[in-house]
Write a protein that binds this ligand. Structure first.
Ligand code: FUL
Length: 698
């Protein structure tokens, strides 16, 4: 290699200007550990995008289609993909991922490879292509487009055989070739085994690791869409990881790393793997309603503003992205309540992050990498989010102080690492200088792409971020401070076995008010001072939290309870603790004895004959700690606890990932005894758990 005289001169001049040691350190910091790919980086910056669940099971009120539903049911008379895209755009989302094919196998585009698609519905004479309409709408609204293609296909006759892989890849090829740029593909690992499978109606087991031959499928995906990111929660590690829950949060500690094998216990997915060898960042997927598909009974269960704000801070605020789902109604539209919820959410996020209080402040660092102007503390608070504050390479512990110049009130702290150089910070504190002394307001672990902390409002003249430990020299590319308006949390309403109603406040300052006559509560309604006794009949209650100092009200909590379970007796066990499944508290649960082999029964005496039109099961919420969840069940009724009649059987679809209330309607029937039989559970060999059991009467 030859050195030109000009290069030699420049090098010598730099050495003279900075000194030899300084020159070494003014070179950019070397990356640390696994790094994100360009696709992962681009994706991470999207932060917030939509999921859309729509399929044949929208018309059968089911969470998972069985694969035998008649295509003629599919009839979205008011379909308007532009409405979906407009709502997402106005909500501040950056893209949409669409269930082109869910587990039922029904295709929302006219795939050449199956008859089980929109081409065989009467609506629009089988000429529709909803994937096309949505891809076009996304383009029009400047949104990126992604597809969900379920590997599990409950319709296809070949599912489980090698032939199906060819079919699956043919479909992928259609979706990744004909609809423009696709930013993300979603390979959902859910697989309940049983299905229609072309009429075989049987259970087929596959090994998700080997059956799909993921390496070759990924090769195809990347060939067709070089800028794509792959999500896969079963079988093989993709570019992104599931965070182990559909409840809308990731761990406070969240490393964007896993090991190449992808093998990690499900309850660890939320944290990532600190010393993982591969960059696999987390995506928080959750639905705006309890379930993924539309159910009219959930029209009043749309997530409230405080819930959505919690989700925001617990996903985007914890180094993940947020994939928020809209279930489409049978009409083909997003429900107006869901639209209002995301609009209010966007407004509240904008208000919370409207005024960055560090804009006019000064930043100073305990240490700065040589060549100060390029790496000094001001780089963390300037408008350029790519520039960063850096220390010398051997530093693991350093602090950055923000001087507001005058007492400043704040309750939010936002911080970012330039992750293109690796995720480094292992632990940090935030302190505020209040009346001349430093007060610790947070002690945390990871930062990553973005970390946002919430804490009670403090009034301080200075704020100090101290990195306590890091994998390499800490680098901070952005730091923001805000004083977000308070949003009141509505009360949580429960009803115990005696029929008494309890309201639980979300904070200590608010007073709680409620109504029992269907009217909207205000500060002139009944004030909640003690649990409310009822006569044991059906009750509808609405409640708010109200802050007397700010005169602010929360959104309304709204609950309907069926008859009280006062007279109920659990017959199938003597264990007193079993009554936790009747205590109205979702966080307490009871598990069958470990020695019990499936099938196992839970028998309850309702105390007198009741008129049943349905039953409800809430699985134990802490299933990862003990026991399991029922996935296949039978439900029987009896007048005398001797002769039983089976009135319902089937599956609780997707109950493991989304352990929410399962509601099963019944043909109206009279009964004094009920029996819920667990046929199959999520974990072989472990005892089924129940948080609550209830009935629906007329
Ligand atoms: C789960 C599926 O089983 C649900 O139906 C839904 O699609 C959700 C996003 O992923 O695993």
């Amino acid at each position: 290699m030859s050195v030109t005289p000009k290069a030699l001169f420049t090098t010598l001049a730099l050495c003279l200007l900075t000194g030899f040691a300084g020159y070494t350190q003014s070179t950019p910091p070397q990356p640390v550990g696994p790094l994100p790919s360009a696709n992962q980086l681009r994706w991470q910056k999207m932060e917030y995008y939509a999921f859309i669940h729509f399929s044949i099971n929208t018309y059968t009120d089911m969470a998972w289609g069985l694969g035998n539903e008649d295509p003629k049911l599919f009839n979205p008379t008011k379909l308007d993909c532009r409405q979906w895209a407009r709502i997402c755009k106005e909500a501040g989302m950056k893209g949409i991922i669409f269930t082109a094919k869910h587990h039922s196998g029904f295709c929302l585009w006219p795939s050449k490879y199956t008859e089980y698609s929109v081409k065989n519905v009467s609506w629009r004479n089988g000429k529709a292509d909803i994937v096309r309409e949505l891809a076009d709408a996304c383009k029009e609204y400047g949104l990126k487009f992604g597809v969900y293609l379920s590997p599990w296909d409950r319709n296809h006759p070949d599912y489980g055989k090698p032939e199906y892989i060819t079919y699956f890849r043919n479909q992928l090829r259609e979706l990744l070739t004909n609809y423009g740029d696709i930013f993300e593909v979603w390979f959902d690992g859910a697989n309940g085994g049983s299905g229609y499978y072309g009429g075989a109606n049987e259970t087929r087991k596959i090994d998700a690791k080997t059956y799909y031959d993921w390496p070759n499928t990924y090769k195809l995906v990347r060939e067709l869409q070089p800028k794509i990111v792959i999500w896969n929660d079963g079988g093989d590690r993709g570019d992104l990881r599931w965070v182990g829950t559909e409840a809308g949060y990731v761990g406070e500690t969240n490393w964007s790393l896993l090991n190449a094998t992808g093998d990690v216990p499900e309850n660890m997915l939320r944290y990532g793997v600190e010393n993982g060898d591969t960059w696999v960042p987390g995506e928080v997927n959750t639905s705006i309603r309890p379930e993924w598909f539309y159910h009219e009974r959930e029209d009043k269960k749309v997530k409230t503003l405080p819930q959505l704000m919690d989700i925001y801070y617990n996903s985007i605020g914890r180094n993940a992205t947020l994939l928020l789902n809209f279930p489409i109604m049978p009409s083909g539209l997003i429900h107006e309540t869901d639209e209002k919820a995301v609009r209010d959410f966007a407004k509240a996020v904008n208000e919370a992050f409207a005024l960055n209080l560090v804009r006019n402040a000064r930043a100073m660092a305990s240490q700065v990498r040589a060549n100060r102007s390029v790496y000094d503390a001001s780089q963390a608070i300037d408008a350029d989010k790519e520039s960063y504050w850096a220390t010398n390479d051997d530093v693991r512990n350093a602090s950055l102080t923000i001087d507001f110049n005058r007492p400043t009130a704040f309750n939010r702290f936002l911080v970012q690492e330039p992750i293109r150089l690796g995720q480094r910070v292992k632990s940090f504190t935030v302190e505020a200088l209040v009346d001349g002394s430093w007060k610790e307001i947070a002690r945390e672990t990871t930062i990553g792409y973005k970390r946002i902390l919430r804490f009670p409002t403090v009034q301080a003249t200075k704020l100090r971020l101290t990195i306590l430990d890091a994998k390499g020299a800490p680098l901070i590319s952005n730091l923001e401070v805000y004083n977000a308006p308070l949003i009141l949390t509505p009360p949580i309403i429960t009803r115990d076995q005696t029929g008494t109603i309890h309201l639980k406040p979300g904070d200590t300052e608010s007073a709680l008010y409620y109504t029992l006559d269907g009217s909207t509560p205000s500060a002139t309604a009944n004030q909640y001072t003690a649990p409310v006794k009822t006569d044991g009949g059906q009750v509808a209650i609405k409640a708010i939290a109200y802050n007397p100092f700010t005169k602010q009200s929360s959104v309304v909590s709204d609950e309907k309870f069926d008859i009280a379970r006062t007279a109920w007796k659990i017959m199938s066990t003597d264990a007193r603790s079993a009554y936790q499944l009747l205590d109205g508290n979702p966080s307490t649960s009871w598990h069958q004895a470990k020695s019990q082999k499936l099938p196992v029964d839970l028998i309850i005496d309702l105390g007198k004959e009741e008129h049943l039109v349905g039953f409800k099961y809430l699985p134990a919420q802490n299933w990862w700690e003990e026991g399991s969840i029922i996935t296949q069940y039978q439900f029987e009724v009896s007048a005398d606890n001797v002769t039983w009649k089976r009135v319902s059987e089937g599956e609780f679809s997707n109950i493991k990932n989304n352990p929410f209330w399962q509601t099963k309607p019944l043909e109206p029937t009279k009964a004094r005894y009920i029996k819920l039989r667990a046929l199959k559970t999520t974990q072989e060999g472990s005892a089924p758990g129940y948080a609550e059991i209830d009935i629906i009467t007329q």
